[in-house]
Design a protein around this ligand. Structure first.
Ligand SMILES: C[S@@+](CC[C@H](N)C(=O)[O-])C[C@H]1O[C@@H](n2cnc3c(N)ncnc32)[C@H](O)[C@@H]1O
Length: 277
């Protein structure tokens, strides 16, 4: 049994009738019309050069598959296993560059607004370190993958008190960060604002990770990121932190107070006030 929904180049599919209610809910969330009768066969041959994607609802949640399977494997948010879980347990705690950039220490754990949530990996690291993190995502497909991952992790937290605590610190909202930040009251101002926007990649690189390829195809470039940085600088209490490729130009051409540069990633830090110690 298979049921499909077309939205531009996105199709939704499920293999078993038991997931039909979930597929219908998803079609409502994404605001697209449900077609019955059309079929997507997940086992069918790959569609070379087809830039489309299939969102598959199944036993392990929602995953995003490129129709051209040469592009990359399926993408799914999983906070309870794999890379996210490994990093939570063995990632290096406050010694990690992201922790230093945000200003996490044994004495102070800033509250963080992540204005570019994506698949929530960075926000999850910060919540694992003890930060209260609110994260916003505006792209409906990315948000649907993230919401699914958050819901599964909350369910898994019933049997895992540590994961439950981490998920208790992570609040996800599907919205545009411009709206969310503009409507903050003074008490709601976060200690730190975190940004990891997309930027246009002119060349296809073999080094680009599979998630990044999907982001490039589905989200494109975040052309308004310069304006988001300026809004963030006016809204954070202590810091604004931007994640970039180590060789990328500064966002909005603004010189940060300082940068932490690693092999492939750089954190640019706008230090607005001294973090309490
Ligand atoms: C490179 S990804 C972020 C990856 C993320 N740091 C992670 O760990 O998975 C950038 C994301 O920011 C989102 N984004 C960009 N501008 C936004 C805005 N103004 N409001 C909400 N989301 C935004 C994009 O849709 C995209 O999903």
């Amino acid at each position: 049994m298979s049921l499909s929904i077309n939205m531009q180049n996105i199709t939704i599919s499920c293999d078993s009738p038991q997931y039909l209610p979930a597929v219908k809910r998803l079609s409502d969330q994404l605001g697209i019309v449900l077609f019955s009768g059309s079929k997507v066969d997940e086992k069918a041959e790959a569609h070379p050069n087809d830039q489309g994607y299939v969102l598959v609802v199944g036993e392990s949640g929602i995953s995003l598959h490129p129709k051209d399977r040469r592009l990359h494997g399926p993408i799914r948010v999983d906070f309870n296993n794999g890379a996210n879980s490994h990093r939570r347990r063995f990632g290096g705690g406050n010694g990690q560059a992201i922790a230093k950039a945000i200003g996490v220490s044994g004495r102070f754990c800033p509250s963080v607004l992540d204005l570019t949530a994506g698949l929530g990996g960075d926000a999850f690291v910060l919540a694992s370190l003890g930060c209260d993190v609110k994260l916003f995502e505006r792209n409906a497909i990315i948000a649907c993958l993230l919401r699914d991952g958050v819901e599964r992790a909350i369910a898994a937290g019933i049997d895992d008190p540590e994961l439950r605590d981490v998920m208790g610190r992570l609040k996800f909202l599907e919205c545009d960060s411009f709206d969310a930040v503009r409507s903050l009251t003074d008490e709601e101002r976060p200690d730190v604002i975190y940004l990891d926007p997309m930027f246009p990649h002119r060349k296809k690189s073999a080094k680009v990770k599979k998630e990044m390829q999907a982001f490039q195809n589905i989200v494109g470039g975040d052309d308004d990121a310069d304006a988001l940085l300026k809004l963030a600088i006016n809204s954070a209490r202590y810091r604004v932190v931007i994640k970039r490729s180590s060789n990328a130009e500064f966002l909005a051409d603004l010189q940060p107070t300082y940068s932490l540069t690693g092999k492939s990633t750089r954190f640019d830090i706008f230090a607005l006030r001294k973090i309490p110690s």
